[in-house]
Design a protein around this ligand. Structure first.
Ligand code: UFG
Length: 340
């Protein structure tokens, strides 16, 4: 089976390519390297002993994409990661997000139709639920108005895909609504590679622990949670990567019940920012300098997944713990300078 992975050099993409190759899939990556480094290809080869095929390409460039599909025939499925993902930047520059995330998606779908590729896995987000009224959040929970253009591109993308696969009964898609992916491959050869100052908690934390940043700012300690800091469902990126393979197989084996399905991909457990900090210090024995500051604008108080639908239907569940993820993130942070 030949799988096209867009954004396959990025954080979640690279871990998914490793899992695909470990399971014997042939992989071809498209990535424009706008938020990733080409050296990751060598890391993937070191881990799996296979160098995946790679084309540097901007999915918004229609003609180039057309040439790509003419050249690479017999693709059995697509996993589409390539997208911009910084919430704050999307508020400042919404058109950049709508333009890139939606045009690239439509270009890919158009080629799916043209080249009769039937199976599509989409990288979605729990951001589609906003701050849910009831926790844990299930797939039946209401979709809420997105609180950022980035979040809105995920909602609109799901709608586009849903309409698209309903137009032809041969087409199938599964959207995976990720909670908060963290961690890195246990080899420390691939991991999250933020360009510039990290927005997300874990890269900021590991960069503080290693001395790149002075202190971690904990955004708010006055939320209605046990210790006042916000709660998220942190999932190890390798567990998350594996969910993509399960989703693909479900479509290949015609086990899907609808043309378009969506699943919560999380651990089912919520942890506060301060709990994460404490677990990090415990597992790495490194003290982290931190300060409580104001809440971050746009943040929700708490969210964690009800994963029972994914557990039952996909027969998938997480195996790695928060501490595994934090240790792997730390090992990765320590190895970054050796790699680049
Ligand atoms: N946080 C800090 N300090 C930091 C960074 C983050 O305290 O320096 C806190 C945040 O306030 C939040 C938690 O850590 O409570 C997690 O923050 P992240 O930025 O790591 O992740 P978010 O939950 O804000 O965002 C993630 C993804 C988005 C996605 C969103 C959906 O990054 O792509 O989940 O809820 F849209």
């Amino acid at each position: 089976m030949k799988i096209l992975v867009t954004g396959g050099i990025g954080y979640i993409g690279s871990h998914t390519v490793v899992e695909l190759q470990n399971k014997g899939f042939e992989v071809i990556i498209i990535d424009n390297l706008s938020n990733s480094k080409i050296e990751i290809l060598d890391s993937i080869e070191k881990i799996t002993k296979i160098k995946p095929a790679f084309e540097k390409l901007d999915l918004c460039k229609k003609e180039k994409l057309d040439e790509f599909f003419k050249k690479h025939k017999n693709i059995d499925g697509i996993i589409h990661f390539a997208a911009y993902k910084a919430v704050g930047e999307s508020v400042e520059n919404p058109l950049k997000y709508y333009q890139n995330n939606l045009v690239s998606l439509m270009n890919i779908l158009e080629n799916m139709k043209k080249y009769k590729i039937k199976n599509f896995v989409f990288s979605s987000s729990c951001t589609v639920y906003g701050q849910p009224e009831k926790l844990p959040v299930t797939e039946k929970s209401e979709i809420q108005k997105a609180n950022s253009p980035y979040g809105n591109t995920k909602q609109i993308s799901e709608e586009i895909i849903s309409d698209f696969v309903h137009s032809n009964e041969e087409l199938k898609s599964i959207a995976l609504r990720y909670f908060n992916p963290i961690g890195a491959h246990k080899s420390a050869l691939i991991g999250e590679l933020p360009i510039g100052v990290p927005n997300n908690l874990i890269p900021f934390l590991t960069q503080t622990a290693i001395g790149i940043r002075k202190e971690l700012k904990v955004f708010g300690n006055d939320y209605d949670t046990t210790d006042g800091s916000a709660i998220r469902d942190y999932i190890h990126v390798v567990d998350l990567a594996k969910a993509h393979i399960v989703a693909l197989k479900r479509m290949f084996e015609n086990k899907n019940e609808k043309n378009f399905e969506y699943f919560n991909i999380g651990t089912g457990k919520g942890n506060s920012v301060l709990e994460v900090l404490e677990a990090f210090e415990e597992v790495t024995k490194v003290k982290v300098n931190y300060k409580i500051v104001e809440r971050r604008e746009g943040d929700i108080e708490k969210i964690f997944a009800d994963t029972s639908f994914a557990n039952k239907v996909l027969k998938w569940k997480t195996k790695l713990s928060l501490k595994d993820a934090l240790l792997h993130s730390w090992n990765w942070e320590k190895n970054i300078l050796n790699l680049f």
